[in-house]
Design a protein. Structure first.
Ligand SMILES: [Zn+2]
Length: 342
């Protein structure tokens, strides 16, 4: 959007909406100016002593008259495409300057001005984004107002004026929603834990507390769902120490199982699959409802491989074992138990 289009869009809004956006834009630009200035001061504080002077000027805005046009004017009379509006803080005077005079007035170097201008452009783009969403009418303010208690108050104010959020703001809100949901899930889990805790011995509680958060969650979810642990008696019999060591032990055993199997297999047929993996396959099948959703696809692949072998095709035994190990690990099956038997 160029300046004229932006101006036109803004003038189609009601007074409150326009004022809100203009204040927001002015504030954002001021923030950028202060931020850049602080950065500059940080770098130059030791080498130059004119920072007091730098503080006297605030860049209020940079106007862009558009490519090939020079509708603006510098205090010195020169026609300009870009006009820098600068305020002298102590004297409360505004100057409208071209880039050359701006540099002379403020002692700012070109790269600094460029950075500020880039920042201002971003702010303008965000404004354009909001204005375009206003025009297209696709943004539903109410869909976001239900999250009012999660949002910065400025966003709420914007939505209550029936102004859309920018893409950037929308992304921020989505992030806040995700964080809130994670928080709630955590809270719910904690509450379930508190309920279950009453029925465990101190020793078991202590062990549960000493688990990693992830592992504790898994155990609590299982206890809650009753999928693996069916009654409170079972919970009491859980060897928590074994759970603590489970990952480590499983890793070692799985590697060993993988190594032993790797030597003998490559392309295998249906009979070999049944001979070597029948028991493990049965065990996984029995618990297939506890397979985490991200691994369900793997389980489908395994069953597909077996179907293919059944119809006479040789399949890659290494790949099959790898997939079996991943799933077994995830649902708490001790793989070696099944391979040592055979
Ligand atoms: Zn000038």
């Amino acid at each position: 959007m160029n300046e004229k289009e932006r101006h036109l869009c803004l003038s189609s809004l009601n007074e409150e909406q326009r004022q809100f956006l203009q204040t927001y834009i002015r504030q954002s630009k001021c923030d950028i100016w202060v931020e850049q200035l602080a950065q500059l001061k940080g770098i130059e504080l030791n080498s130059r002593n004119d920072t007091d002077e730098l503080n006297d000027f605030i860049l209020v805005d940079v106007l862009d008259g558009g490519y090939g046009k020079r509708p603006h004017q510098c205090e010195c009379g020169r026609a300009l495409r870009f006009q820098y509006i600068v305020k002298h803080t102590r004297k409360e005077i505004e100057f409208k300057l071209g880039s050359e005079c701006f540099k002379k007035f403020t002692n700012m170097d070109t790269s600094f001005v460029k950075d500020v201008k880039k920042g201002f452009n971003k702010v303008n783009k965000e404004l354009d984004d909001i204005l375009e969403r206003c025009t297209s009418g696709t943004f539903n303010v109410n869909n976001f107002l239900i999250y009012a208690d999660l949002m910065p108050s400025r966003y709420v104010e914007q939505l209550e004026l029936n102004l859309p959020l920018s893409q950037k703001q929308e992304a921020k809100v989505e992030q806040l929603i995700v964080e809130k949901e994670a928080q709630l899930a955590q809270k719910e889990l904690q509450e379930t834990y508190e309920e279950i805790k009453d029925q465990l011995s101190d020793e078991q509680c202590g062990l549960l507390d000493s688990l990693s958060e992830d592992e504790r969650h898994q155990v609590i979810i299982r206890m809650k769902n009753g999928e693996v642990i069916h009654c409170i008696e079972d919970i009491k019999n859980i060897d928590f120490e074994d759970i603590i060591d489970r990952n480590e032990i499983l890793d070692k055993r799985s590697n060993k199982a993988a190594r032993t199997q790797k030597k003998s297999v490559d392309q295998i047929n249906y009979n070999t699959i049944i001979d070597s993996h029948r028991e493990l396959l049965r065990a996984i099948h029995a618990r297939s409802e506890t397979i985490p959703s991200n691994l369900v696809k793997e389980w489908t692949v395994i069953r597909d491989m077996i179907e293919r072998a059944k119809s006479g095709e040789d399949i890659d035994g290494g790949v099959l074992i790898q997939k079996l190990l991943i799933i077994s690990n995830a649902i708490g099956i001790d793989v070696l138990e099944y391979y040592e038997k055979g």
